[in-house]
Design a protein around this ligand. Sequence first.
Ligand SMILES: [Zn+2]
Length: 66
Amino acid sequence: MGLLSGFRNPHNLPVKTCAHCGRPFCWRRKWARSWDEVKYCSKGCKHRAQKTPANICAAASVEDEF
Ligand SMILES: [Zn+2]
C-alpha cells in the first residue's frame, strides 16, 4: 500500500496524488467534469505550483524563509 496506507477513503472515490504537495486527495463533485485534468489537491497547491516551477523551486524556498 505504501503512500496511500492510512489515507481514509470511505466512499471508495477515485484518488489522485497532488502534483505539488504529493498528498493523496479524493474526487470532488466540483471536479466531476474535469477530473482527468485535476492535478492538485487545492487551489493553493495549483497556485503555488504555477508560481514556482520545479526548476526554480530551490530559489523560491530560500525566499520563503524570510
Ligand atoms: Zn496539494
